[in-house]
Design a protein around this ligand. Structure first.
Ligand SMILES: Nc1ncnc2c1ncn2[C@@H]1O[C@H](COP(=O)(O)OP(=O)(O)OP(=O)(O)O)[C@@H](O)[C@H]1O
Ligand SMILES: [Mg+2]
Length: 293
């Protein structure tokens, strides 16, 4: 695969020095075994995901990219247990989805904050709902849980806005609060569906750094869906490129740039080579050429 040529060997060595996981050394947390999805039945069915098998290691950071409608959100929904596979098996933490008790955090393209709750209360919401936090909710909501929310809000520069309502914040600020909410219950798995899609370039790049810091500190497994190739190369350890619908994984590549990555990283030739190569693949995938290989 020509993408491998885009990443010089010395960056791989730096990655080892930075303590990044090597392929095959960690335990896998997500396993897709010949999973396919069709929406609807019989003649009216839309084949969304072609039979796909892959594994994702614990603590890894994956970017999922591909043409619109290829099944990226479908994959996130399968992992979250919001959707059942038409065939095949989805395992999360070595249990088939539906039976497991894994903590999952999610954030979507549009911040989905509740308008009648303050920013702090929005961020605290998973602690009120999710096991095992909910049993201590009454006891801790004005103490430990509140402190936990404030610590996260401080990290993304929103502590001064904790008592404001979502509509009093800009889109970027709301998206930051959504990230805090996705992280507050210290999820093992963080599912992000184009979380920065609606933001301007500057805010988006700021949030890349924020997300990278949060990931480096807590090391959840992240599955990020994005259309932004620079974003995938900046954030991910591994990029999976999908074909047009019915989607399947066309390319699965490690990205071993050392961490923490900065905006300087994005102007290095290795980085721009990688994003150019990815762009070529997506163009081929959109036109269907990639799907035949
Ligand atoms: N509830 C549904 N009912 C019927 N078809 C659906 C449903 N949800 C998705 N699809 C179809 O399945 C395919 C994959 O959808 P999915 O939402 O996973 O795409 P995506 O890769 O996330 O696209 P985008 O980049 O535009 O968000 C699409 O072609 C879509 O038309
Ligand atoms: Mg989608």
């Amino acid at each position: 695969m020509f993408l491998q040529n885009a990443i010089p060997a010395e960056t791989a060595d730096l990655a080892t020095a930075a303590g990044l996981p090597r392929p095959g050394t960690a335990r896998s947390i997500i396993e897709f075994e010949r999973v396919a999805v069709a929406y609807g039945r019989d003649a009216a069915a839309t084949q969304a995901l072609a039979e796909s098998s892959f594994r994702i290691d614990e603590g890894d950071f994956i970017a999922l990219v591909g043409p619109s409608g290829c099944g990226k959100s479908t994959i996130l929904k399968l992992v979250a247990g919001l959707l059942k596979a038409t065939s095949g098996h989805v395992f999360v933490a070595r249990r088939e989805v539906g039976a497991e008790d894994v903590r999952i955090g999610m954030a979507f393209q549009n911040p989905t904050l509740l308008p009648w709750l303050s920013i702090r209360k929005n961020v605290m919401l998973p602690l009120k709902i999710a096991h095992p936090f909910r049993k201590d909710w009454r006891q801790k909501r004005n103490g430990e849980y509140r402190d936990r929310a404030d610590a996260l809000l401080a990290k993304v520069g929103l502590l001064d806005f904790a008592d404001k309502f979502p509509w009093q914040l800009s889109g970027g600020m709301q998206q930051r609060a959504s990230l805090c909410r996705a992280l507050i219950h210290e999820p093992t798995l963080l599912l992000l569906d184009e979380p920065f899609g609606a933001l301007d370039q500057f805010t988006r790049e700021e949030l890349w750094a924020t997300l990278q810091t949060l990931w480096m500190e807590r090391r959840p497994t992240v599955l990020l869906v994005t259309h932004d190739l620079r974003e995938s190369a900046f954030l991910a350890n591994r990029i999976m490129v999908m074909s047009a619908r019915p989607g399947r994984i066309l390319v699965d590549e490690r990205v071993d740039f050392p961490r923490p990555r900065t905006l300087d990283t994005t102007v290095q030739p290795e980085f721009t080579n990688l994003t150019h190569a990815l762009r070529g693949l997506i163009v081929a995938a959109r036109s269907g050429a990639g799907g035949q290989s």
